[in-house]
Ligand binder design. Structure first.
Ligand SMILES: [Zn+2]
Length: 318
């Protein structure tokens, strides 16, 4: 299989598992809110296991700093990664220089590690995405840039969502699209528009959360305020979104719909897990190592086939 991202995308779907921070937090190796990935120093084996789990579930892409120890079952693409800095301020040019320096340094590391491609992601400032692309382009490696507009439905520096993707293509990004903050329902309509406006490949990595028209990102889902459970609801980072998670069928449908639209770069972002990655693989017609363990209801003790009558009948009352 080719090690060139664009060749792979021209032939069919490429799957990218994201959301490592959240899954590592869920597994007990990181503080929510803080999200400093100390895990790579304190528990590298936990990170490596997660990488393996995602590859097992069908992810074609592995990120740079944990790649060396474990080549997956098929030739995977190794990606360097720069994401939103959270220090970029459109009104303070000094921060632009700071961010550029940071991007240069991180991309330098990725190139040293032998990255096959570069990912810039989760930008909510258009100009920061442009800067990331500019830095990544200097390496001549294939580039993926995905944006994460907040609930204003535009970039924080005023650019439109589709406009930003068009501009990224103009400036030479190989793949443009969206990741994070939005679930399938509030990302898909934009993907449709983006797909119509660009000629390059489009990427789609939603969070598996039931965002809706009124509440387009996970930051403002009202359920968290009205809920009677003991979680800390209100204007804080979501740590209690479980009741609003998309199930495997919803993520499968999203992947199918996006793929039908011509979106070949597919994945899930934060709150994703290997089972959902496998679901995406299946939705676009791929068989992956984890396919072996997909649902086998025919073997269920009560709802399966060839089950003794006294158990089968009990299924309605269970
Ligand atoms: Zn994310």
């Amino acid at each position: 299989m080719s090690k060139n991202l664009i060749e792979r995308l021209n032939k069919g779907p490429v799957i990218c598992a994201e959301g490592f921070l959240f899954e590592i937090e869920r597994r007990g190796y990181m503080s929510s809110g803080e999200f400093v990935p100390m895990v790579s120093l304190e528990h590298p084996e936990a990170l490596e296991t997660l990488h393996k789990d995602f590859q097992h579930a069908g992810s074609d892409i592995v990120e740079a700093f944990t790649y060396n120890g474990h080549r997956g079952p098929k030739p995977n693409l190794m990606a360097g990664n720069i994401s939103n800095s959270n220090i970029w301020n459109d009104k303070d040019k000094k921060t632009h220089l700071q961010v550029e320096k940071m991007f240069n340094e991180m991309i330098g590391w990725a190139v040293d590690e032998g990255a096959d491609m570069l990912i810039g992601e989760t930008y909510y400032y258009a100009e920061e995405a442009f800067k990331a692309l500019e830095v990544m382009k200097k390496t001549k490696l294939p580039t993926v840039v995905t944006i994460a507009p907040m609930a204003e439905d535009k970039m924080r520096d005023g650019y439109g969502i589709v406009e930003t993707c068009k501009e990224l293509e103009q400036r030479g990004a190989d793949v443009v699209g969206m990741n994070c903050f939005r679930g399938p329902a509030t990302m898909l309509p934009y993907l449709k528009k983006i797909k119509k406006q660009v000629k390059c490949h489009v990427g789609a990595l939603p969070i598996p959360v039931r965002t809706n028209k009124k509440h387009t990102t996970w930051f403002n889902l009202p359920d968290r305020k009205d809920c009677a459970c003991p979680a800390p609801h209100g204007r804080t980072f979501p740590t209690a979104l479980e009741p609003l998670l998309c199930n495997r069928y919803e993520i499968g449908k999203f992947a199918k719909d996006a793929y039908k639209m011509g979106v070949n770069y597919l994945g899930v972002c934060c709150l994703g897990n290997p089972m959902l990655v496998r679901e995406i693989a299946h939705a676009v017609g791929l068989t992956v190592p984890a396919s072996k363990y997909r649902e086998k209801m025919e073997n269920h003790f009560m709802y399966g086939k060839g089950i003794p009558k006294h158990m089968k009948n009990y299924g309605n009352k269970a």
